[in-house]
Design a binder for this molecule. Structure first.
Ligand SMILES: [Cu+2]
Length: 140
C-alpha cells in the first residue's frame, strides 16, 4: 500500500489532519541526502530496524514501513508535545505501508509501537522503540 500522508487519513482514521504536517528523514549516516529519499523501516521481533533515524527539517522523505512478523500486528506512534508530529499507524502482520513525511521542527523525538496484549508487557516495554533526530534544514 502506498499513499502520501495527506491522502492516508481516509485509510487510517487515527491519522488526523496533522498528517498534513509532513516530516522528512535523513539517514544518520548521510544527513545530506534529501528529498526523494526512501527509508525502509522493518518492524518485527519487537524491534524497529533501523531504530535511529535522522531527518532534515522541512525536507520530504518517504517511509516504507514493513511488518516482517508472520502473526503479530505492530504500530508506529510518533508524537511531539507541540502536536506538530502526530502519527499512529497500525501495520498488520506481513503488511507494508508507505507514507510521505516532512518534519517541520528540529529536535529529538521518540517513536514506538503502541501494541500490548492484556497481562503482557507492551511492545514498547519489550524494546520496540526508536529515536528520530530532526536536524535543521540548513547545515549550520
Ligand atoms: Cu509492536
Amino acid at each position: 500500500m502506498q499513499s502520501a500522508a495527506y491522502l492516508s487519513a481516509a485509510k487510517l482514521p487515527v491519522l488526523s489532519n496533522t498528517c498534513m504536517l509532513l516530516f522528512s528523514l535523513v539517514c544518520r549516516a548521510a544527513p545530506a541526502a534529501d528529498a526523494g529519499r526512501v527509508i525502509a523501516i522493518e518492524m518485527g521481533d519487537y524491534r524497529f530496524q533501523p531504530d535511529t533515524i535522522e531527518l532534515r527539517a522541512g525536507v520530504p522523505v518517504r517511509l516504507e514501513l514493513t511488518n516482517t512478523d508472520g502473526f503479530t500486528p505492530h504500530n508506529l506512534t510518533l508524537r511531539d508535545a507541540a502536536g506538530k508530529l502526530d502519527l499512529d499507524i497500525d501495520i498488520a502482520a506481513g503488511s507494508s505501508h508507505t507514507i510521505d513525511l516532512v518534519a517541520p521542527v528540529s529536535g529529538t523525538y521518540t517513536f514506538y509501537c503502541n501494541k500490548k496484549l492484556p497481562f503482557m508487557k507492551s511492545h514498547r516495554d519489550r524494546g520496540m522503540e526508536g529515536s528520530l533526530l530532526v536536524v535543521p534544514e540548513k547545515p549550520q
